[in-house]
Write a protein that binds this ligand. Structure first.
Ligand SMILES: NC(=O)c1ccc[n+]([C@@H]2O[C@H](COP(=O)([O-])OP(=O)(O)OC[C@H]3O[C@@H](n4cnc5c(N)ncnc54)[C@H](OP(=O)(O)O)[C@@H]3O)[C@@H](O)[C@H]2O)c1
Length: 348
């Protein structure tokens, strides 16, 4: 089969589009023909060797797979060739962890395509227990844009953020793949949403999106290059601060994130594009009784609930661009440019 492969860590130029051996599904596994594979910033980190250094080369990236069953491995029932399928974007890779709940707390839980081959290929094999039926009725590129960010958003916003109707929430990076999914999930839960972007073009795009799909967009879009977002949030909340902050940026906005949070508010972080090391004022932490929570991916149940929102049209897949699989390097460069609005998807 054709795959976009890396033989070493490095810049996008390390991608090679080449023939590799097609995987054969083992016991309990399915072979999925990949119709589309979404890219996440995680793939860029993995490609650069910034997350794990123990990747065995050649390696195939790609966590977000939409496709159809091409072959059913021994011991698998209930699946037939041609069934539309979504591979879970993360799961416990050690079968000994199969009963750990939630799955994202299992010791061997990892993002799909980390130590096993991912979906930047014509085929991927995966344990049948972590393959979901695709009941969205949407085109494959839209489906492939969403599983990882929906799983993440359900866990961060609904479970850890405890967001309900009327919750006031600040979500960083509203035009980013993960931030946009969080905005949409929060809106679907009935929250009042403020979000940040780095350009007026992105701000206009977010507003336009909400006109196109009423109720989906954010209530307040802040271009942080025009005004300090914490000041804007304090104005928006009459000086009180929001109930919840969802952060995928990290160190560069940490202090202002906590400034934006009300007394007793919940802070959830799941990302670090703006740096890893921040300074925490302990006095402020306990005086203001902030709840700091770390979030990594989500459970299979959360993924299913997120996909149900997609199927029901309560969140929509936001695909900025698609690229042929052989052009994965261009797709990664585009994501690196920070111009992306929503998701970028590869088509084999
Ligand atoms: N833990 C988890 O479960 C999980 C799941 C999904 C994502 N993540 C993490 O969340 C972060 C975002 O991922 P994503 O896939 O949503 O990314 P993305 O779609 O590539 O968006 C990243 C956006 O972050 C903003 N940004 C702010 N400061 C930045 C900086 N210093 N460098 C680059 N971009 C910066 C940019 O938007 P503006 O220019 O508008 O500011 C950029 O477009 C990553 O750290 C990723 O690993 C974690």
């Amino acid at each position: 089969m054709k795959a976009t492969v890396i033989h070493q860590f490095g810049p996008p130029e390390v991608f090679r589009y080449e023939d590799v051996k097609q995987p054969v599904p083992g016991t309990g596994e399915l072979l999925i023909k990949v119709a589309a594979c979404g890219i996440n910033r995680y793939d860029l980190y993995l490609r650069m060797g910034a997350v794990f250094t123990d990747i065995v080369f050649p390696h195939v990236l790609g966590a977000d797979v939409a496709g159809s069953v091409a072959a059913v491995g021994p011991g698998v029932s209930g699946w037939r060739e041609g069934d539309r399928a979504i591979v879970a974007p993360g799961y416990p890779v050690d079968p000994g962890d199969a009963n750990v709940r939630p799955e994202n707390r299992a010791p061997s839980f990892e993002v799909t395509g980390t130590h096993t081959w991912g979906g930047n290929a014509e085929y991927i094999r995966a344990p049948a227990r972590y393959v979901l039926r695709d009941e969205t009725g949407l085109p494959a590129e839209q489906v492939a844009a969403m599983p990882l960010v929906l799983m993440t958003a359900m866990h961060a916003v609904e479970t850890l953020g405890e967001v309900r109707g009327g919750t006031r929430i600040l979500i960083q990076g509203g035009a980013s793949g993960s931030g946009n999914a969080c905005v949409q999930v929060a809106k679907a839960l009935g929250a009042k949403v403020a979000t940040t972007v780095g350009s007026s073009a992105k701000a206009e795009w977010l507003v336009r999106e909400s006109i196109l799909a009423p109720g989906v967009g954010a209530d307040l879009v802040i271009n942080y290059n025009e005004r300090n977002f914490a000041d804007e949030i304090l104005d928006w909340t009459d000086g009180v601060g929001v109930d919840v902050v969802i952060d995928n940026v990290g160190a560069s906005v940490f202090e202002d994130n906590l400034k934006s949070l009300r007394v007793g508010g919940i802070f959830v972080n799941f990302g670090l594009v703006g740096g890893m090391k921040a300074t925490l004022n302990i006095r402020e932490l306990f005086f203001r009784q902030h709840q700091l929570r770390g979030s990594f991916m989500g459970s299979i149940d959360e993924l299913k609930r997120g996909l149900k929102l997609l199927t029901d049209g309560k969140v929509k897949a936001v695909v900025d661009r698609t690229y042929p699989l052989k052009d994965a390097a261009d797709a990664h460069r585009y994501i690196d440019s920070r111009a992306v609005r929503g998701k970028v998807v590869l088509i084999p």
